[in-house]
Design a binder for this molecule. Structure first.
Ligand code: OOG
Ligand code: NI
Length: 467
């Protein structure tokens, strides 16, 4: 019997969502076009070097989506659906802390974790869940009403969930089921034309637009779909030249001449979309909402915990200098801070254990010094060649920035009360499966490669990065 494997299911799902979202939000197609144009040019200009952080085919298809749900049960169903596409929960992001305005959600990302699976198709979905009992945002009474409203809605039908469960258990589906699974999963994230209860929506909107988008409607929808671009500064200029207003800045690290690290993202502002509302008098009107937007991203090498600490220090230094020099352009200030603090080569990032790499043996002709069974020295003496591990995850501050740049107002947040406690363990518990720590995944990938080169070098004690 012909079957479709989980990576093909994932690739089809990403493509199908992309088609659906392109129909719903045509400006997304502009972003995809410009990203493809820029990618082609970068590949022509830099050749194989441009593929160090992912092959041209991987990058061309690469997307991340964002969705938002309301309850533990919905979250668990989402885990089943994405599990059917070979995507597992990785990382925990508390946007309540990362955002200055009211963003009452905690998030994880569903993505493939095996490097070979990532190469085949790296589709990931940033998934946020409303924290309905956080007293900084919701009164006890509102928590009760939210809980009541959310408990009664059904986002995903049984057929979808059953197909997902089979796909997850078997790692594949028969062709006909595969078509159905992809179609139903895509449909589940379409924008619904069911009328929205205006009074209820506005009650939540006064607290947080994000809360209204999640808890104010009886369905869910994809919030954005993000292509990957190899030169985000160039993309930004071209989008503006096309007359599409982008948010003020590129989030994350600045553009600079050294290695690309982590993740840079930018977006265009949410567009007005026609939505139907039912008013208190029962009459249905068509009005509009600005909720969904277009985002694009550039990915760099993953940073180790030490590299991430340095990153946080550099962000804090940038913040401080921008505060001292009103009128300074944040990216220019950040670039300066980067030049003062971050090594300018991948080799040096590897030697200082600031970023994650895999390693291969260099040809003998490239070796410049005697053998010593120590990773830093083998790198410096040219015995080993480092290859960057691409950052596959998200940044809380950028995510908060993306959320915030698209809110219609600051919303309402009472800082005099304590928030409700949410952690990665809590998320694992409600999902019923462990949420992976991204660092563990990168570190394991690096160690597998060190095991291999140690074997090739005939070492009795394997090389490690942290000694
Ligand atoms: C998610 C915002 C975060 C990203 O790329 O950091 C995000 C949302 O708006 O639902 O997608
Ligand atoms: Ni995003």
């Amino acid at each position: 019997m012909a079957t479709v494997s989980s990576w093909e299911l994932r690739a089809r799902f990403a493509r199908s969502l992309s088609q659906m979202y392109g129909n719903e939000v045509p400006a997304y197609l502009d972003l995809v076009d410009v990203a493809a144009e820029v990618n082609r040019e970068v590949l022509l200009r830099h050749g194989a070097d441009a593929e160090r952080l992912g092959t041209a085919t991987r990058v061309a298809d690469e997307r991340h989506g964002a969705i938002r749900v309301g309850t533990a049960k919905e979250m668990r169903q989402v885990a089943t659906i994405f599990g059917g596409f070979g995507m597992q929960p990785v990382g925990f992001y508390d946007l309540r802390e990362a955002a200055s305005s009211a963003v009452p959600v905690v998030s994880t990302a569903f993505r493939p974790i095996d490097p070979a699976e990532l190469d085949r198709n790296p589709f990931r979905v940033f998934t946020s869940m409303l924290v309905i009992d956080d007293r900084r945002f919701f009164t006890e009474e509102l928590t009760g009403r939210l809980s009541e409203f959310l408990e009664h809605r059904i986002l995903f039908d049984d057929e979808l969930l059953q197909l997902a469960a089979v796909a997850q258990a078997e790692g594949q589906l028969p062709t006909r089921d595969a078509d159905r699974f992809v179609a139903l999963a895509t449909q589940a994230f379409e924008l619904s034309d069911q009328p929205v209860d205006r009074v209820w929506y506005e009650t939540l909107d006064a607290i947080s637009s994000v809360a209204a988008d999640i808890g104010g409607v009886s369905t869910t929808h994809i919030n954005h779909l993000t292509p990957r671009v190899l030169d985000i500064d160039e993309l930004y200029r071209r989008m503006e030249a096309r007359g599409i207003t982008m948010i003020d800045d590129i989030q994350g690290p600045p553009g600079w001449e050294g290695p690309d690290v982590l993740l840079r993202q930018t977006s265009f502002k949410a567009l007005a979309e026609a939505r139907r509302f039912v008013d208190a008098d029962g009459v249905v009107h068509t009005d509009s909402l600005r909720v969904r937007f277009g985002e694009v991203e550039a990915r760099g090498v993953a940073l180790t915990p030490a590299g991430r600490d340095l990153y946080d220090v550099m962000v804090a230094k940038t913040d401080a200098r921008v505060a001292e020099e009103p009128g300074a352009v944040r990216q220019d200030v950040a670039r300066q801070v980067w030049r003062e603090n971050l090594p300018t080569t991948e080799l040096e990032l590897a030697v200082q254990d600031l970023a994650y790499f895999t390693f291969t043996l260099a040809p003998e002709s490239a070796r410049t010094g005697p053998f010593e069974a120590n990773l830093a020295s083998l790198l410096q003496r040219g015995w080993l060649v480092p290859h960057p591990i691409v950052y596959e995850d998200f940044l809380p501050r950028s995510a908060a920035g993306i959320f915030q740049s698209n809110l219609s107002s600051e919303g309402h947040k009472d800082l005099s009360v304590a928030g409700s406690d949410r952690t990665i363990d809590w998320m694992s518990e409600i999902l019923g499966i462990p949420v992976a720590d991204p660092n563990d995944l990168y570190a394991a990938q690096r160690q597998r490669s060190l095991d291999e080169v140690s074997r090739q070098l005939g070492l009795t004690t394997v090389l490690r990065a942290d000694t």
